[in-house]
Design a binder for this molecule. Sequence first.
Ligand code: NCD
Length: 328
Amino acid sequence: MNNPSMHRNVQLNSAGRLRHFLSTEGLSRSMLNEILDRAEAFLLPDQRIRHEPLLSGCTVMNLFFEASTRTRTTFEVAAKRLSADVVNIDISKSSTSKGESLRDMLWNLEAMTADIFVVRHSQSGAAHFIAEQVTPQVAVINAGDGQHAHPTQAMLDMLTIRRHAAEPFESLTVAIIGDIRHSRVARSNIHALRTLGVAAIHLIGPATLIPEELEELGVKIFHCIEDGLRGVDVIICLRIQNERMESVLIPSPEEFFSLYGLNERRLALARSGAIVMHPGPINRGVEIESAVADGPQSLILRQVNYGIAVRMAVLSMAYQGQREVQHG
Ligand code: NCD
């Protein structure tokens, strides 16, 4: 399961269309723009989302091996907006906990006429592994695998930036602050931002939380938040992922906040009107101060809303791509 990037072309069918959605890495700019355009077409005024029965007769199974509220719920809402039948499998009560192998469980779910598996798993590479096991009739969407990728979160972040940042992608400097080391969101965002051609990406945090090899991806690393935030157009805060830390990598939440927390004074160093994002769940007073999280530059709840449209886009594109495999 450990070398997910080896298998990146598994995502496309023989005509180059999306068939699984596992990672933003390896997808072209035009594919990312197609996802964003399609998502945008589902948006209605006042944060309402269009209903379009593109998945009528299709069964979407949510396989969440790891806890989630917003991602699982927005996938469910998205699938229902497309008129799919949605089944949420409670993994803690499923027979994998009785020793059944993952492969056997998948075959059984396929026999129950699953068309799409939405998968969240604590192991990096799990969604690729599942995509390789399933029959050609089934599409797999990665809803977050270990520290590797969270591509639908990245695409909803891209939609937020495209709709709300002051400039087009090519002119933007984007700062990502906090626990980059453990963040699948950061990795998927870096790949998407690079592919969409942003001017610069600043990674901000303590050395313990930013792997130096990320510099190979064309980012700049800053250990001083003030230096990293100066003049940026977009700020993405990340949660401190205590559950993924094997040793103590930050001194204390209070000290992290004093060194790297986003407060109004620091926000003022960014370009005026810079947008503030966070994938949630947020820890107030650890990575972000409430005045900023709830302030006029924050788009945190807007991101959740766009998550429905982006998930509708990806579900409908993968379903189409998977049917082309069967009929082509
Ligand atoms: C993120 C995740 O699960 O990776 N959350 C999310 O999907 N909304 C980020 C996090 O847990 O901090």
